[in-house]
Structure formats: structure tokens, C-alpha cells
Design a binder for this molecule. Structure first.
Ligand SMILES: [Zn+2]
Length: 157
């Protein structure tokens, strides 16, 4: 950003705050009539910008939570498995197969998390009738991962 652009931005911010009462987004301090671009209470830099009234992030966040939970279950099962070995002296029948399968499940789910984040903008731009069913589908991976992880544990313990 050039020095002229920065000065113009600061003038526009000061002009806006001279007319309108507003609050620092960080500390909620009243910045009405502030003449600089720094909050006097918390020291954060401020700028004037266009913002959304209602960001369409609900489906994205819901899907991300579902996919992240799905990725976490194989790690949880693997942790329980290792705790049983270390803590209780448990001797599993196929420890390497179990470890490899849980790692594979984790990696598959991690790819879904990556893709979900990679195509975030496409998801947000899509229609509601497409966005929310996709988020629900992402959540359906949770019970599927738990059931598959449990079946794997039963087969290879
Ligand atoms: Zn502040």
C-alpha cells in the first residue's frame, strides 16, 4: 500500500468516525471522533471497510466441524489402543494392521478436511439448497468413521 493510499484511508476513517459513533472491533472501545487509525484503548490498527451483514459461513463451519471430528475419531481409537498396550500390557493380534488402517482412515478424512477448506469459496457462493445438504453429508462421515473404526478394532484386536 502506497503512502498516499494509506493517508487517504486514514482520512476516510477519520471522516467516517467524525460523523458516526462506532466501536473498536477488538476491544469495543468507543472510537467516535477518533482522528488516527489506531485504537487508543487496545492499540490495534483500524481501517474502514465493507463488511457483510450476515456472512454465509454456517454451512462451511458446520461441515468443517463434522469433517474434523471424523478425522479425529481414528486418532482417538489409535490413542485408546496405545494406552491399552502401554497402560494395561494389552497384546493385540495385529498391531501393525490396526495402526495402518487407523492412519489410513485419518489421512482419508484429512483429505476431506483439506478439500472442504480448499473449496470454501465455491461452497459459500453456492445456493443454500446445495450448501446445507453438503454440510449434512460431511457430518454423516462421523458415525460412518466411528462404526468403521469400531469394526476394525473388533477384527484386528
Ligand atoms: Zn480497541
Amino acid at each position: 500500500m502506497s503512502e498516499n493510499q494509506r493517508a487517504t484511508d486514514q482520512q476516510m476513517l477519520a471522516s467516517y468516525l467524525a460523523q458516526w459513533e462506532d466501536y473498536c472491533p477488538s476491544c469495543h472501545y468507543n472510537i467516535h471522533k477518533l482522528t488516527s487509525d489506531t485504537c487508543p484503548e487496545c492499540g490495534e490498527k483500524l481501517r474502514l471497510q465493507v463488511a457483510l451483514k450476515m456472512p454465509k459461513m454456517g454451512a462451511f463451519i458446520a461441515g468443517l466441524i463434522g469433517l474434523s471430528a471424523s478425522a479425529g475419531f481414528p486418532i482417538l481409537f489409535l490413542g485408546i489402543f496405545f494406552l491399552a498396550i502401554v497402560g494395561n500390557g494389552y497384546q493385540p493380534g495385529h498391531p501393525y494392521k490396526l495402526t495402518m488402517l487407523y492412519t489410513l482412515f485419518f489421512l482419508i478424512n484429512a483429505v476431506f478436511v483439506f478439500l472442504w477448506c480448499r473449496f470454501k469459496l465455491s461452497l459459500i457462493r453456492s445456493k443454500t439448497r446445495f450448501r446445507w445438504p453438503l454440510a449434512l453429508t460431511a457430518w454423516l462421515l462421523c458415525p460412518m468413521t466411528v462404526v468403521i473404526s469400531f469394526i476394525v478394532m473388533q477384527l484386528y484386536q
